[in-house]
Design a protein around this ligand. Structure first.
Ligand SMILES: NC(=O)c1ccc[n+]([C@@H]2O[C@H](COP(=O)([O-])OP(=O)(O)OC[C@H]3O[C@@H](n4cnc5c(N)ncnc54)[C@H](OP(=O)(O)O)[C@@H]3O)[C@@H](O)[C@H]2O)c1
Length: 291
């Protein structure tokens, strides 16, 4: 029997996407057509599927979505050339490179070629630096999504003890920076644990909010959770399309509130991508803070 209150991401994503659709409509009414470009390298079916879903969603929200598909044989220079073209095109406001990209290519190097202001994933080193300094920037989607999810469900974060299991560049590290910022929906006492902290359960057991960000299926078990704590499942691994979350389902019995196994952080992450694209368009059009 589940005792924890569920914290679904669906309603959060719907709210954010409705705001984005409204923002896009206002921009279009002002004569600006927001464009979110997508780049796919190779013929991995799952990646192609994810890009199709994002393109469909972009179209529904009112974005133009120019797309470039490079063959698996493409070189690093080919990928950089595509990004340079999008950088130079004032009609393109955001660029998404679907990852992972084929083995021979370096995603991080490609990301560095992208104009940081068009980086809708919020992962460009310049944007990570802006995040660290508390400057305005496209925020990394999953961490920003977790902050939004907690705020939407009325989970107080300010002044509370947050423990993050994992210090990866996508999730744990930027989330720690975000939730430690001086803002009503953040402002937390943040601790990050990882493989260097052998006795990490000592920390997670005292967390008022525990975020799993390890990518190790079932690593968070009930004995790692403080009774009544809020548990956010960010880390997942995909094995043959099966989603294997970090948080063991039995944590429902101990947590006070918990994200669902499916439909938790994921949908909010995608919504944040479009929010970043909207914001990028506004600032490129000189309309930040307006519309
Ligand atoms: N839900 C979503 O929409 C979404 C979006 C993006 C990412 N994710 C997921 O988020 C997870 C994290 O991604 P990432 O790229 O930020 O991280 P990552 O680079 O995969 O790093 C994982 C982190 O977990 C730590 N870790 C792994 N095994 C551990 C163990 N046994 N004990 C303690 N710590 C352990 C690692 O410690 P060390 O640093 O010491 O190695 C590392 O800091 C992945 O599962 C990813 O799929 C989910």
């Amino acid at each position: 029997m589940t005792t924890a209150r569920l914290l679904p991401g669906g309603p959060v994503a719907e709210m954010i996407l409705a705001e984005v659709a409204d923002g896009v409509a206002r921009l279009r009414a002002a004569g600006v057509t927001p464009a979110l470009a997508t780049v796919l390298v190779g013929d991995d079916e799952a990646s192609a599927g994810y890009i199709r879903i994002k393109q469909r969603q972009a179209a529904e929200l009112g974005f133009d979505s120019p797309h470039v598909r490079l063959p698996a044989s493409a070189s690093q220079a080919d990928l950089h050339a595509v990004l340079a073209d999008f950088n130079a095109d004032p009609g393109v406001h955001g660029v998404l490179v679907q990852h992972p990209i084929p083995g021979g290519l370096d995603y991080d190097r490609a990301l560095q070629v992208l104009d940081p202001d068009k980086d809708v994933d919020g992962m460009h080193p310049v944007n990570m630096g802006r995040l660290a300094l508390g400057l305005s920037a496209p925020l990394p989607c999953t961490p920003a999504g977790i902050e939004a999810l907690l705020a939407f469900h009325g989970v107080p974060v300010s002044g509370r003890e947050v423990v993050i299991l994992g210090r990866g560049a996508t999730l744990g590290r930027p989330l720690a920076l975000l939730l430690a910022q001086k803002r009503p929906t953040a402002n937390a006492a943040v601790t990050v644990v990882h493989t260097g902290v052998a006795d990490w359960p000592r920390y997670t057991r005292r967390a008022e909010i525990l975020v799993a960000a390890a990518g190790v299926p079932g690593i968070v078990r009930p004995e790692h959770v403080r009774p009544g704590a809020v548990v956010v499942g960010g880390g997942v691994r995909y094995e043959r399309r099966r989603l294997l979350p970090d948080v063991d389902p039995s944590c429902d019995q101990v947590a006070g509130a918990i994200t669902p196994r499916v439909g938790g952080v994921g949908p909010v992450t995608v919504a944040m991508l479009f929010r970043n694209a909207l914001r990028a368009t506004r600032s490129a059009a000189g309309l930040a803070g307006q519309l």
